[in-house]
Design a protein around this ligand. Sequence first.
Ligand code: GLV
Ligand code: MN
Ligand code: MN
Length: 414
Amino acid sequence: MTAPDIGSRATVSGLLRDIAHLGVDSRRGGYSRPVYSTAELDLRGWFIAEVERRGLTVETDRNGALWAWWDLPSGDRSDALITGSHLDSVPGGGQFDGPLGVASALVALDELRRRDLPRERALALVVFPEEEGSRFGVACLGSRLMAGAIAPDAARALKDPEGNTFADVAKANGLDPEGIGPEPELLASLGAFVELHVEQGLGLIDLGRPIAIGGAILGHGRWRISLYGQGNHAGTTLMADRRDPMIAAARAVVAIRDAAKRRPNARATVGRLQPVPGGTNVIASRVDFWIDVRHPDDAVTADLVEEIRRTAELIAAEEDCTMEFREESLSPTVSFDAGLSAQLGRSLPGAPVLDTGAGHDAGVLAAKLPSAMLFVRNPNGVSHSPEEYVEDADAEIGAAALADALADLLAGER
Ligand code: GLV
Ligand code: MN
Ligand code: MN
C-alpha cells in the first residue's frame, strides 16, 4: 500500500507550529489544554484531520482515546503496534509534552508509508486522554481505565475544580459513562506500544545525544491533604485566638520538603494549594493541598508518604486544626519491557538508555503489553513550564528514530 499524496512532506516542527495557537494561556504563560476543554477538543480535531488527510479513519474508544489504524490489507489487527502520546497539558505547560509524541507518530507514519516496506503488523496512532490528570486529578486516566488500573466507579466520580464529575463531562463529550472501563481484549490483541516523548530533564544534554531509549519510570503518586480550622475575620480575630489552617499548611509544606530531602533521590512537591473561601481579609476555614511524591524504590515512597501523613497530622493538632489525608493515585516504579527496549537498541544503535522521573501512559500500559519509550533531547531540561523546549532538528531526529524503530517492529523483529 502506498501513501496517499499529502502534499509537501510534513515535519514535526511544522505540525507543532500548526497547533501552536491552541490553548495558549495568556495569564499563566505557555499552554493550558485540560482534557475536554475547547483547546483539547480542537487538538483532537487537528489530529483527526491529519490522519484523515492520510486516508486513515479515527475510532474513539469507550474511554475517549483516539485510535487511527494503518491496517494491513488483510485487516488483521492481532499483535498490532501502537505509537502516540497525549494532547492534554498541565496548567501553563509547554508545547512538547504530549504533542511531540503525536506529531512524531504522524511523521513516522508518513516515512513508513514512503518506504513501502513489507510488514507483518498493523499500526495504530493513539492519543490518550487526561494523561496529566490536570482536570480530574488522576494522571493517565485514559490508559488507567483501559488497563483496569482504576475502577470505573471511582473514575466516574472524579470531579474537576468546578465540581463537574468525569461521568458528566464524558457524557457531554459523547462517551457513555457507564461504558468506560477495562479493554482486556483490545489489550491482548496489541503487540507493543512505543511512546516518543520530550525528555523532561537534562539526561540527554549531559550525554550530548539527541535521543534515548526509556529505562524506567520512578514510582509516583498524588495525595490530597485537607486542613480544617475556623473561618474568621482577619481584622477582629486576635492572633492567639485563631485556628488558621493556612498556618498549618505552610508548616506542612516545609516539613514535606525536609522529609523528602532526608531520602536521597526522593521528590516531593506541593504545586497546588487552595484556601477556602480564599479572601484577602478572611482567615481560611479550610485549606486543600496536593502532594506529588516520587522515588525509585516504592517502599521508600510509602515510608515518605507515611512520614508526611504523621507530620501533617501533628502540625494540624498543634495549630488546633483537623486533617484529612487521601490517596488520589499511585503508580509503582516501572521498568520498560527488556525485549522491546533491546529491539529498539538494535534499531537505534548507540542510543543511550535513560530513566525518568515523569509518568507516562506507556508506564501504565507496561503492565499489560510490552511497552517502551523514546526520549528527545530537551536543551534546558525544563518541562511542565512554558520554557519547555525541543530544537527543530532534534524533533526530526526523534521522528526518524521512531520510524526506524517501528519499521523493524512492523517487519516482525522482536
Ligand atoms: C506527568 O507528566 C507527570 O509525570 O506528572
Ligand atoms: Mn507531563
Ligand atoms: Mn507527557
